[in-house]
Design a protein around this ligand. Structure first.
Ligand code: PLP
Length: 412
């Protein structure tokens, strides 16, 4: 077989469909987020990032930077092993306690990323729970889909955020089978929020475990930053709360929290937890500093919500069509991969604004979009510049303006 020809043919297909991924080579500057330098063959230039997930700017927070650098100086760069074989340090132990407290659960377990937390936990539970059936929201993230696939458990896909469809599927199954309902709090591409209370009520009725991905909720919602379930006082109704340390908390890593027994079970049986080097002590220390800060400080959350509301208001006033939702995410649908790339290229090269185009398979074909993520550290002037640039680009590419008026209020 001509392997090179095979690889090239498939890459050419991606290119011809306009969804080949070009990465922007950037360098973030601590203390100056969301500004960064873009590196190109012609040199570097300053840009403003409008598509990042460091939603609260914690990646440059002085407490986080200090905890991380101090721990590198004390403990060195790496973890030195898997969690089982010399890779559990006092920072990992403290971080897991911090996470359990964040979600008001008995125990927590840290993984190398949010992706790995989902994949490892769902594949392990689906494989080992007897006759397990997994009920998965149709818009769940790829990491959950892979975990469910790898478990080889039976799966049922319920219509997005549709509790009646979930109930219909549960009613058709054998009551004696183990059941696990898997969903997200904030869906990161549309910004909509799950009917958590109703899903938990149906789960109880049918004796199912509940698993929520709070990756786009943790740090940003809830009294202590525990996510949407916390904001809605529903944490007790959920068996497993999963989250990331790589978005609002500003570093890297993922986790689950739940009962002592469930966490010990995943710790003991999940290959994705056991057979990999643990996150570095310095990252764990930075995560502890970030979580502790956001448990008591509300100012980042308030600024974040205000900035999201401001950007939506400015887009609405200028006629830039965005998907309305209760969350902080502002999706602007272009509906075509090539056009989406042209728009983001124009933003980057003509206006020094970086927004990555979002294409299939991250979103369905025909819904290609800009996913604008206002953060706590964007200024109103930056929002004005972004909207002015979008208006000029909309005119240049003859895109449709809308007359949408703002109805949503970030009311999570
Ligand atoms: N879950 C959802 C809903 C996500 O959007 C993502 C990442 O974008 C993940 C999980 C993976 O988290 P991480 O980036 O920490 O691997």
């Amino acid at each position: 077989m001509d392997y090179t020809a095979f690889f090239k043919k498939n890459l050419d297909t991606l290119k011809s469909e306009g969804r080949y991924r070009h990465f922007a080579n950037i360098e973030r500057r601590a203390g100056d987020f969301p500004k960064a330098d873009l590196h190109t063959p012609e040199g570097k230039k300053e840009i403003i990032i409008w598509c990042g997930n460091d939603y609260l700017g914690m990646g440059q927070h002085p407490k986080v930077v200090e905890a991380t650098t101090k721990t590198i100086a004390q403990c060195g760069a790496g973890a030195g092993g898997t969690r089982n074989i010399s890779g559990t340090t006092r920072y990992h132990v403290e971080l897991e306690k911090e996470l359990a407290d964040l979600h008001n659960k008995e125990a927590g377990l840290v993984f190398t990323s949010g992706y790995v937390a989902n994949e490892a936990t769902l594949s392990t539970l689906g494989t080992l729970l007897p006759n397990c059936i997994i009920y998965s929201d149709s818009e769940n993230h790829a990491s959950m889909i892979q975990g469910i696939r790898h478990s080889k458990a039976q799966k049922r896909i319920f219509k997005h955020n549709d509790v009646e469809d979930l109930r219909r599927l549960l009613m058709q199954d054998d009551p004696s089978c183990a059941k696990l309902i898997v969903f997200e709090s904030v869906y990161s591409m549309d910004g909509d929020i799950a009917p958590i209370k109703e899903i938990c009520a149906v789960a109880k009725e049918f004796g199912a475990l509940t698993y929520i991905d709070e990756v786009h909720g943790v740090g940003m919602y809830g009294q202590k930053g525990g996510g949407i379930a916390q904001a809605r006082e529903l944490e007790d109704e959920i068996d497993i709360i999963q989250g990331t340390l790589g978005k609002a908390f500003g570093l890297i890593g993922g986790y689950i929290t739940g009962s002592k027994e469930l966490i010990d079970f995943v710790r003991s049986f999940a290959p994705g937890f056991i057979f990999t080097t643990s996150i570095t002590p310095s990252v764990a220390a930075g995560c502890i500093a970030s979580i502790q800060h956001l448990k008591t400080s509300d100012q980042e959350r308030v600024r974040h919500q205000n900035n999201a509301r401001t950007l939506k208001g400015k887009c609405a006033a200028a006629g830039i069509p965005y998907l309305k939702s209760e969350s902080h995410i502002v999706p602007v649908i272009i509906g075509n991969a090539e056009k989406c790339k042209q728009v983001t290229d124009a933003l980057l090269h003509d206006y020094q604004i970086y927004v990555q185009p979002i294409n299939y398979p991250t979103v369905p074909i025909g819904t290609e979009r800009l996913r604008l993520t206002p953060s706590a550290i964007h200024t109103e002037e930056m929002a004005d510049q972004l909207v002015a640039a979008l208006v000029e680009i909309w005119q240049r590419f003859d895109l449709s303006f809308s007359d949408c008026s703002i109805e949503d209020t970030n009311a999570a």
